[in-house]
Design a protein. Sequence first.
Length: 92
Amino acid sequence: MCALFRRRERPDPTERVVTLIGKPGCHLCDDAREVIREVCGELGSRWEERDITRDEELHRLYWEQIPVVLVDGAQHDFWRVDPGRLRQALTG
């Protein structure tokens, strides 16, 4: 089949990585963590958390937007995380 007409493969959610960038004591970060935990648990995606108070570069980049959610290193959302939108990003 010609490469131009090849159907785009759906990503495997188990190979995706979600990163939550936040800080301690942030209620929006707590809410985002619960959504990420639920969606990633459902799909088998790996997730991690980064603290802007321990990383100067993350603080410089994101301090006004936390919580920030990255999917495979690309910014996906900030402030609020919509479970349906995150699920769609992980499954394509």
